[in-house]
Structure formats: C-alpha cells, structure tokens
Design a protein around this ligand. Sequence first.
Ligand code: UDP
Ligand code: MG
Length: 161
Amino acid sequence: CPFYSSAVAGVCERTLIAVKPDGVQRKLVGEIIKRFEQRGFTLVGLKLLQASEGILAEHYHDLRRKPFYPALLRYMASGPVVAMVWEGHNVVRTSRAMVGDTDSSQAKPGTIRGDFSVHISRNVIHASDSVEVAEREISLWFHSGELISWETSDQSHLYQV
Ligand code: UDP
Ligand code: MG
C-alpha cells in the first residue's frame, strides 16, 4: 500500500482491468490506459497475453451455464488481451462507471463501452465488479511478483494526505 493509505481510506484498493481481443485489435489499448491514468489511478501490473482456456474458464466460471458462454470464451481466446491492475481510492466502483453498461448499446457516451462499442458481444473491456472479485481475478491473472507497489509523485494532488 502507498504511504498515504493510513490517511485516506480505500486507496489501497486494486482492480483487474482487461482490454479484450476486440479492444486490442481496434488499437484502443492506449486510449484505455490514458483514461485510467488521467483519472488519477496508478498502474501496478500490465501484460499482453493470449489467454488460455483454463484462465478464461476460471475467470468466467459464474457464467458457465449461460447460453452465450461458449461464444464468450471463443471471443476472449480469439487474440491477445491486455491485462492490467489499477490502484486507487474506490477504483473498483469508479472503473465500472468508467467502463459503462455491459450491453454496449445501453452504455452511456463518455464511458469506454459507450464511446467505442455497439454490441454486448464485443464490449472492448473487462472490469472487476466488486473488491472481493477483484482480489480473486488479480491472483488469477497475475503472479504476486508481477505487481509493483510504487509511490507516484502526484498523490498529494489527488488526495489530502
Ligand atoms: N456477455 C455476452 N452476452 C450477454 C451477457 C454478457 O456476450 O448477454 C459477455 C460480455 O462480454 C460481458 C461478459 O459476457 O462483458 C461478462 O458478463 P458480465 O455480466 O459479467 O458483464 P461485465 O461484468 O463484463 O459488464
Ligand atoms: Mg462481470
């Protein structure tokens, strides 16, 4: 956790963000990273990978009986994914708001899905939906040695410490 975590509750929070294969193909990685950086979150893990069936089955375990599940796994395995861990105050909830509605056709302009996608089956990005799920997803996608805790120089401008 950063040094100011004792002064500001919730700044230790982390979430898993993944740019899905459609987002990588459409060259949206930079745009998506930019939005999280500009909002004030800190990048603590980042990698490009071809997700295995095993990791995807674990990641979407809760959806395994949904009719769209086989197509979802094919889509997620169709090309490289950029997995990231972002840290900051209330990052789980805030990033869900930045990402927008699951159904891209309902996602509001200004959100990532609302600005860059039109259909639920190709919605560009994943974001953990609770702190508990985030912890599970981060340990699924990253080894602890791949995550870096570091002090950024802008913290006194983002938080009252
Ligand atoms: N999905 C889909 N069809 C649906 C519902 C979901 O293809 O009717 C896909 C979509 O890629 C979504 C993912 O399954 O992002 C996981 O669904 P979830 O409900 O967890 O949405 P999210 O948390 O990604 O907003
Ligand atoms: Mg979800």
